[in-house]
Design a binder for this molecule. Sequence first.
Ligand code: NAD
Length: 733
Amino acid sequence: MNLTNFRFETDADGIAVATWDMPGRSMNVITPEVMEELDRIVDKVVSDEAIKGCVVTSGKESFSGGADLTMLQGLRDLYVKLAKEKGEAVALQNFFDESRKLSLLYRKLETCGKPFAAAIHGVCLGGAFELSLACQYRVVSDDAATRVGLPEIKVGLFPGGGGTQRVARLMQTGDALQMMFKGEQVKPLPARNSGLVHAVVPRAELIQNAKDWLKANPQATQPWDQKGFKLPSNKVHSPAGMQIWPPANAIYRRETNDNYPAARAILSAVYEGLQLPIDLALKVESRYFAKILRTKEAASMIRSLFVSMQELNKGARRPADVPPSKLKKVGVVGAGFMGAGIAYVTALAGLEVVLVDRDIEAAEKGKAHSHKLVSDQIMKGRAKTADRDALLARIKASADYADLKGCDLIVEAVFEDPKVKAEVIAKVEAVVGPRTIFGSNTSTLPITGLAQSSQRPKNFIGIHFFSPVEKMLLVEVIMAKKTGKKALAMALDFVRAIRKTPIVVNDTRGFYANRCVGNYLREGHLMLMEGVPPAMIEAAGKQAGMPVGPLSLNDEVAIDLALKIVKATKAQLGDAAVDPQQEKLLVAMVETNGRLGRKNRKGFYDYPESGPKRLWPGLADLVGKRLDPDSVDMEELKQRLLVTQALEAAKTYEEGVVTDPREADVGSIIGFGFAPFTGGTLSYIDNMGAAAFVKLCERLAKKHGERFKPNRLLKRMARTGESFYATAEAKAA
Ligand code: NAD
């Protein structure tokens, strides 16, 4: 057989092994070519009498991450083109037929008359896991890296290659729904215990195990193709089913606020599909898949969370003419809350770290943070003691600046005080070489100002992390006026090495992310001062798609920090730059009532020693007025909370702080959780259309104040019909 993406061999017992190993790629993905070759493999297995069954496995370190999402994007584009040229009906039919091909191929494989077994090591996700679900037998390696799952929901999609139907016929319905809602990646043992896979064996035994099974089960058919098949959770319309579906609907609402069409489609496809024979059920699934693929949510999420994120990770903003940095040793100055986290992620990436603080105790305390984090990983079975030893050996805690000699990059995370920072810059520059790049992790001080203390402003840049460093994926890289391209390249190489996603922004107060999220907090504060019941504010935040309400978020980041920023803004930009109502609230919270947030267990919420947090009852007295909940327009609260952030993003774009819509969008989702289903701050505006967005801003401005007034850029876009993406793409072309 003439195959490019698979190797195909048959042994003396008549067991074929199809090894998926795409040339020139580190990971297998499902492409039209892979589908075509798999189709021929099935034909060969069926037609060759010598073949008794076939093992499907991978020649790579992992099985496969699933379908090529750009292929799915291509399908959408074709639909739009056909709809224009031949009308909606033709386009829809074509779209349905094309988007079903994978599902039909898998059904062909599982009903071809000869058995297939999937032998899985490493990740096996999405369309690839659906391939294995169509095999009559699945064996996975017991390796820590092995995972199976259907993560489609994370990019606004849902499993369209039979996943919703097969998983729901293998597992308890509730578990199946939860796994798909969360896009869970399941480890080997839980996968076996829940019925997703049949066996877990050492990696070296995978193929033999699969072959043995095929030899012993030449007539194997899928459970759902056997007479008398019973669903694991019984029929949908049965007393058992009634225990499942009403709560499933409620959980769906609670978890998604009905913002994710793909999640709703999973629920519907499983509910309807389980009442039908498998072929019809797969057709139902295909209809939902075609529908979901055409939603703006799927398009926006695929674009931001997959395509753009990958492009940024691969260095879309890196100056191409600077050779890759040979980054080996990184100095972290300031071993406090942030510095300790930065040292950990750097050492985790295999780089050497010198962690400097004012005294050795503080430096050692910072290093101890790494000890704790790896120990947690060991407890969870994700790391070994040897990993901890090796990681800690890479971190040198020190109080001596001279130890920074030989560092390729310094990340400074000392107190947020320009004087302290200036002193540190001078001390560092006195010991490091002229090529060392200096990155400041300041969150509020403009980088250009800090760079004035540097003898080498070309080497000076902002590298702004988010807390907690080990969890947050975003890093803002900030260009000061004189920052050179080598500094930018080094900063981006560093961010890539520690496996985070960079956005490159120009210097301004608050940079990009904190400006937008600051508006979210402010809107929550102002709503509170208007007398909106706090529980409604929090619910509006979540219903709008934010991970937490604005008051919760402020408790996490600390209310005194919010007050500090408001005061600094007022001191530097004048009284008009801050909202007096917001300032009044923050002063009352912090200075009058000593409520600093979660850190002192007293914020907008109370944090009792035991039991969940609850809104502080004293808020009512502090605010002094309370609107009748029935008079509050929930939709408008939601709009205010998203619009204020998106408008700020548009302003940063107009000012040239962010220069690429991809960065604004990706940064907003992974940096501060901006409603992911929208695709990010600027996609939110593009999807609504600038004209509609401007109209909405004007309505809100009339009712709630100048802060909602649209900027000039948006007004122009509303007039001309431009969008952020179309304009940026036209410019790039
Ligand atoms: P922190 O107070 O926890 O840590 C600061 C550390 O710097 C302390 O350990 C202190 O001993 C050390 N330090 C002070 N002067 C020093 C000197 N001259 N030499 C060496 N070490 C010195 O503060 P943090 O929250 O980690 O913040 C550090 C920086 O990171 C600040 O610029 C802050 O704005 C920024 N930042 C903080 C957050 C956050 O969420 N806390 C997020 C992003 C950025």
